[in-house]
Design a protein around this ligand. Structure first.
Ligand SMILES: NC(=O)c1ccc[n+]([C@@H]2O[C@H](COP(=O)([O-])OP(=O)(O)OC[C@H]3O[C@@H](n4cnc5c(N)ncnc54)[C@H](O)[C@@H]3O)[C@@H](O)[C@H]2O)c1
Length: 314
């Protein structure tokens, strides 16, 4: 099947392109930004700004995708700096994409939601279905995206589905997300020998290693519809405290100096997120299982980050 990816140049998009090409999918990448040097694949790359309905229609009419992976978004920390732009890209942009799918008869729409969609004060672990009252513009637009997609599914039969990602970790340059403290412990820890996290050591949020996240997204996209009883699924892997991540990193990199100094803005965002997720619906309905725990991720990250430093990519 031919798939179109929005926001392809980001942390998730680049990994998704590799994964889908590796499975012989017909992939059309798109982004408002040009193809980055980090994308070494020979893949078609369209300019597509999700805030521009005419451009979306033109690309979809020409490319005729069977499914769209909609990744384009402004993430949590940056979203608080530019809330109006975040609303336009995340909320109006998602509506524009859904509407183009309806008009042009695209069958399937895969959405990337987030733990930031929940808001504070929920049970631990947070169930799949719960009252969602996020306090960031990012979270608000993601809840709206989930609800809009469900509306298009019920009213017009669009096959809308997706996952709520935990904070994602991969060997790359940190992109400004609020869960980046975990990634910095590996990258700065290995490059500079030290890192001061911008949160308390006892901060705990759900995290996932990128290979598991990409596999989950493609598994939910390809699951038989009759197995799915809902549109959006919690997925979980592990929920360490920041201190536990530091311990795992220190075991792999002896002598590394990892300390903690909370930044009020980012700490407030982290404290508004769930500490752990109940992913039993994903496990039961489409067989979701993570492959990496914290120490498994650390072992692989150390190899990857060492290679990045050796290649001059970090
Ligand atoms: N990375 C995480 O930890 C995480 C966690 C939960 C959910 N998600 C979700 O996964 C998706 C991908 O996240 P990511 O980490 O790759 O983000 P990212 O910030 O790395 O990439 C986002 C991409 O969207 C593009 N973009 C921005 N504005 C656009 C526009 N108007 N039109 C088209 N493209 C535009 C950017 O150029 C960028 O390439 C997002 O929807 C995000 O909400 C990510």
């Amino acid at each position: 099947m031919r798939v179109l990816i929005t926001g392809s140049g980001g942390q998730v998009g680049l990994e998704l392109i590799s994964f889908l090409l590796g499975r012989d999918h017909d992939v059309i990448a798109s982004d408002v930004a040009p193809k980055p040097d980090a994308c070494t694949h020979d893949v078609a790359w369209e300019h597509l700004d999700v805030t521009q309905p005419d451009e979306i229609r033109e690309v979809i009419e020409r490319v005729r995708p069977g499914a769209i992976y909609h990744l384009a978004a402004i993430l949590s920390a940056r979203g608080e700096q530019i809330p109006h732009v975040t609303y336009e890209i995340n909320q109006t942009g998602t509506r524009n994409m859904l509407e183009a799918c309806r008009e042009l008869d695209v069958q399937k729409f895969i959405f990337t939601s987030t733990i930031a969609a929940f808001g504070p004060g929920l049970p631990d672990p947070v169930p799949n279905e719960v009252s969602m009252r996020p306090t960031t513009m990012y979270g608000i637009t993601k809840v709206a995206g989930e609800l809009l997609g469900e509306y298009y599914r019920q009213k017009w039969g669009l096959d809308f589905r997706g996952v709520r990602f935990p904070g994602l970790i991969n060997a790359g340059v940190p992109g400004g997300g609020t869960s980046d403290y975990a990634l910095h412990m590996y990258t700065s820890g290995m490059k500079d020998g030290r890192y001061e996290s911008f949160c308390h050591a006892d901060t705990r949020i759900p995290l996932m290693y990128m290979p598991d996240a990409i596999r989950a997204l493609v598994e939910v996209a390809e699951a038989p519809r009759e197995k799915l009883r809902r549109s959006i699924y919690n997925i979980a892997a592990f929920s360490p405290t920041a201190g536990q991540i530091a311990e795992s990193v220190a075991q792999a990199i002896p002598g590394v100096d990892l300390t903690f100094k909370s930044d009020p803005l980012r700490q407030a965002i982290l404290d508004s997120w769930p500490r752990a997720l109940d992913d039993s619906a994903a496990r039961e309905e489409w067989g979701w299982r993570p492959q990496y725990d914290l120490d498994g991720m650390t072992a692989d990250m150390v190899l990857q980050v060492r290679q990045m430093i050796a290649d001059g990519r970090l």
